[in-house]
Design a binder for this molecule. Structure first.
Ligand SMILES: Nc1ncnc2c1ncn2[C@@H]1O[C@H](COP(=O)(O)OP(=O)(O)OP(=O)(O)O)[C@@H](O)[C@H]1O
Ligand SMILES: [Mg+2]
Length: 490
């Protein structure tokens, strides 16, 4: 059963129950008041027939009735009638005395043109003495007593009281009122139903459609919730889920692409040295290396090529171990700035041979202790410096190392004046297998693992690595480590 249908049923049930309860209540009230279960439509008549007068009015009525029985001529006495009328006026009622078809006395408050005609006929048995009448737009209830004035003449006394016209209006308009009330009930139910379906069913429907799209593999859309209620929140979570899914799929695709690239790179990188090695081995086999010098040259080439191969395989192996958290770190307390000094001194000569000048700036003479794995830290340095060297494209080649000490961390910046990294590549350079612009990288070679390895290693130290770059101007690579303790000038 759909929610829409369930809502419809619940609204209809509420409506039916309301109407039922309404009628039942009305019926019970009528029954309780009148003690007569015959019908609601006669409710007012029954009510006023039974209780036309108040106790005080009833007392006066009884008195006049007694007078009418014992001494009817007295009722001709205007002064006496005036006196009774005065008493009745005190309790907001009126008096009519009828003699045959003439009205002997009518209280001023109820003097109404058609009243004489509206009064009920004589009924000497006095079976029905209480009732109500309509005169023009006014509504009265009364108690009546018919009596013989003399042998031929008949008379009546009416103690009469005006009833609220509203009650009369309600009485006459009752069917219309009920219809109107029903219509209002129906309308509100209809509007409520519409409101609920619009705010609940429709968003759920939209959510389902979006889920269908995702099922079909379409993630390139945006789901915008229309409200911020529970369903809106659900929609928001759904949208976040879609984004995450989309991102992870994009990332997966990117990895897949990188892996393919890597495989082709690896096969290329492996094939080149292997072809060379094979060529030289064949040369030796076929006796081409006939002199001692030639033989030495061949053997040397074979050796360097195998070393290249070894390095590549090592790098891959290292990365996969780091990736799987299988690479152990052997931490020790390291005087970090002394370590940097060693690094600079160690690489200075080699870089100089390549025409690159390396300078160390910033904090140099302080004792900053960090917990580190020397080998891995060295690897990070070499990977960063290796990139500076590899991508350097300026005639005046320059690398600057800048060390700085903050509250609880030490930061190293490796800055070069190379080509820089394009902004769109910058967020990706630490990803495994990611290599910038392939055309540029084709001649430099490499697996795209250098920075990924550096990142894993810095992360293993609880540190952070990041890059900034001015495209065309140069690159600034940073990494920072937590300090164990420090002393000296900073
Ligand atoms: N100093 C730099 N100057 C310019 N581009 C850089 C620099 N350092 C990194 N890059 C860019 O970032 C990419 C990723 O660097 P990474 O060291 O991870 O891979 P690689 O150098 O291509 O290969 P590998 O280091 O494994 O031999 C590089 O391909 C290059 O495009
Ligand atoms: Mg590199």
């Amino acid at each position: 059963m759909s929610i829409r249908f369930r809502l419809l049923i619940s609204f209809m049930t509420t409506l039916a129950v309301t109407v039922l309860v309404f009628f039942l209540t009305a019926y019970l009230i009528a029954f309780a008041v009148t003690g007569d279960a015959r019908s609601i439509s006669r409710f007012y008549n029954i009510h006023y027939t039974l209780h036309p007068l108040t106790e005080e009015e009833e007392r006066i009525f009884m008195e006049m009735k007694y007078l009418a029985k014992e001494n009817p001529e007295q009722l001709m006495n205007k002064a006496l009638l005036g006196d009774y009328d005065y008493q009745l006026k005190m309790v907001q009622a009126g008096l009519i005395v009828r003699h045959n078809q003439d009205l002997l006395f009518v209280s001023p408050s109820i003097r109404e043109p058609g009243i004489g005609a509206a009064l009920p006929d004589y009924e000497m048995g006095n079976y029905s003495i209480r009732n109500s009448i309509n005169v023009g737009s006014r509504f009265f209830s009364y108690a009546k007593f018919d009596f013989p004035f003399s042998e031929q003449d008949r008379g009546s006394i009416f103690v009469i009281r005006e009833r609220s016209p509203f009650a009369e209006i309600v009485r006459t308009l009752l069917p219309i009122l009920i219809v109107v009330l029903l219509a209002i009930l129906l309308l509100t139910s209809g509007l409520l139903y519409r409101y609920v379906t619009r705010t609940i069913v429709r968003p759920i429907h939209m959510l389902r459609e979006s889920a269908e799209r995702i099922k079909e593999g379409d993630l390139q859309f945006e789901f915008k919730p229309e409200s911020d209620d529970e369903i809106g929140q659900l929609g928001l979570t759904f949208e976040k889920m879609r984004q995450k899914l989309n991102e992870s799929i994009q990332l997966q695709l990117q990895y897949e692409e990188n892996r393919k690239q890597l495989l082709s790179n690896i096969s290329h990188d492996l094939r080149t040295p292997i072809t060379t090695i094979r060529g030289y081995v064949e040369g030796i086999r076929d006796g081409v290396a006939d002199s001692k010098e030639k033989m030495d040259k061949y053997i040397h080439t074979i050796y360097t090529k195998t070393a290249d191969l070894d390095r590549l395989v090592d790098e891959l192996f290292l990365y996969s171990k780091l990736d799987l958290n299988r690479e152990p770190f052997s931490f020790e307390t390291v005087d970090f700035l002394a370590f940097v000094r060693d690094m600079v001194e160690e690489t200075e000569l080699e870089l100089e041979e390549k025409g690159i000048k390396i300078v160390w700036e910033g904090v140099r003479d302080a004792k900053v202790l960090v917990m580190a794995d020397r080998e891995k830290l060295k690897r990070v340095f070499l990977n960063l410096l290796g990139n500076c060297v590899k991508y350097m494209d300026k005639p005046e080649k320059r690398i600057v190392i800048i060390t700085s000490v903050q509250e609880n961390q030490v930061t190293v910046e490796v800055r070069d004046n190379g080509p820089g990294i394009p902004p769109e590549a910058l967020p990706h350079i630490f990803e495994r297998f990611y290599r910038g612009e392939p055309s540029r990288n084709a001649k430099t070679g490499g697996s795209g693992l250098g920075l990924a390895i550096a990142k894993q290693m810095v992360a293993g130290h609880g540190g952070r690595i990041w890059a900034e770059s001015e495209w065309g101007e140069g690159t600034r690579m940073f990494f920072s480590l937590k300090i164990m303790g420090k002393s000296g000038d900073e």
